[in-house]
Design a protein around this ligand. Structure first.
Ligand code: NI
Length: 132
């Protein structure tokens, strides 16, 4: 699907500050400082290096959407986000070709309240679709 452009790699971390320090020590630069997403109960920030954008996501409480995931994955990458100018159409295409929606399109405060939705694929795990 040529309309999908990689926007970021989502990276789960248990604690934001030590993760940021460690990524910066590797040469990553802060693109967008940590902000709180009250819908998902997570802290989110964006770092960049060599043209790659990493989204750090850490749970703010036990009710966070990632609290269960972090027990399973620890500190690790867990999704690739694809940006598209045809959000509704691509969302429909993905669900028609084996992707299962795990939530509904919801505004992302850390991304100018653009809509995002998470989908699972049996062969490659979780992806995120982001409205451009
Ligand atoms: Ni993401």
């Amino acid at each position: 699907m040529q309309t999908l452009k990689v926007h970021h790699i989502g990276y789960l971390v248990k604690k934001m500050e030590p993760a940021v320090r460690s990524f910066e020590a590797l040469g990553y630069e802060m693109e967008q400082p940590s902000s709180y997403d009250d819908i998902r109960k997570v802290h989110i920030c964006f770092l960049q290096k060599d043209g790659y954008r990493i989204e750090l996501v850490s749970p703010a409480s036990g009710e966070s959407v990632v609290s269960g995931l972090i027990k399973k994955y620890k500190n690790s990458p867990y999704h690739i986000c694809y940006e598209t100018e045809q959000f509704d159409e691509d969302y429909r295409k993905l669900t028609n070709c084996g992707y299962v929606s795990i939530d509904v399109p919801t505004p992302a405060p850390a991304l100018q309240n653009r809509n995002v939705v998470f989908l699972m694929n049996a062969a490659l795990g979780m992806i995120e679709l982001l409205e451009k």
